[in-house]
Write a protein of this length. Structure first.
Length: 241
């Protein structure tokens, strides 16, 4: 079953047409990678899917229902949740309070508590720092908190934007170990990542983007050896694209 269907989507980032007539499909239970360097359109696409950017053309359907005109908060309630890049946390709130923000609007306190216990099992570092101000966490721990807060919203599909950006290898390994297990928790994943090796180590399929268009799509095994990856990162003449 197709959880997410994007058809002929075009969207601006500021004055730049950053996504151009792009289409993709994500099936239930998949981890799908969006690969490409800076300026490929990955973040703009995720923002358009979750409603933070209004596309100029095209459509987005989630769970078989059109959501192109749906406000962002309603998309979250439907189970479409973004974990943004940039470690966007509430720095003057504790880890506990940040996690509760992810469950905002959920009236069942017992459900919230069970969800939090599950997430802290996945991220034991956050449990160790439960009462600590989020702004005092390391960069990797803040990235864990961004992802954990998104999981508190009980997503059906989680949009992950550059979860490994700027992280030490050990913390990256911890985060990707969690990502790999998300489909076992019933969570589908659309993963935007510059590190193609990392992304394809957990994804079943992927799309290679450059300048807002899809250069190639295929299985992870196919894309691992595809020259389009080099083109997406280096450009046609070996220069940064």
């Amino acid at each position: 079953m197709s959880v997410l269907v994007v058809r002929n989507l075009s969207a601006y980032r500021g004055t730049v047409l950053a996504v151009k007539d792009l289409s993709l499909i994500v099936e239930q239970g998949e981890i799908v990678a969006l690969l490409g360097g800076n300026g490929a359109g990955k973040s703009t696409l995720l923002h358009a899917i979750c409603g933070l950017i209004t596309p100029v053309s095209g459509s987005v359907a989630f769970g078989g229902e059109p959501i192109t005109s749906m406000p962002p908060h309603q998309r979250v309630r439907q189970g479409l949740v973004l974990a943004p890049q940039g470690r966007r946390i509430f720095s003057r709130m504790t880890v506990h309070e940040n996690l509760l923000m992810g469950a905002y609007g959920q009236p069942d306190r017992h459900l919230v508590r069970r969800r939090m216990n599950l997430i802290l099992h996945r991220f034991p570092r956050l449990g160790e720092r439960f009462r600590q101000l989020a702004g005092t966490l390391s960069g990797g721990e803040q990235q864990m908190l961004v992802m954990a807060r998104a999981l508190m919203a009980q997503p059906r599909i989680l949009l992950l934007d550059e979860p490994s950006l700027g992280l030490a290898p050990g913390l990256t390994h911890e985060i990707y170990a969690v990502i790999r297990e998300l489909p076992h928790d019933g969570i589908t994943v659309l993963l935007a990542e510059q590190n193609s090796y990392l992304a394809l180590s957990v994804a079943g399929r992927g799309y290679i983007l450059r300048s807002g268009v899809v250069l190639r799509e295929g299985s992870a095994e196919q894309l691992q050896h595809d020259a389009a990856i080099a083109q997406a990162y280096l450009g046609d003449h070996g220069r940064p694209g």
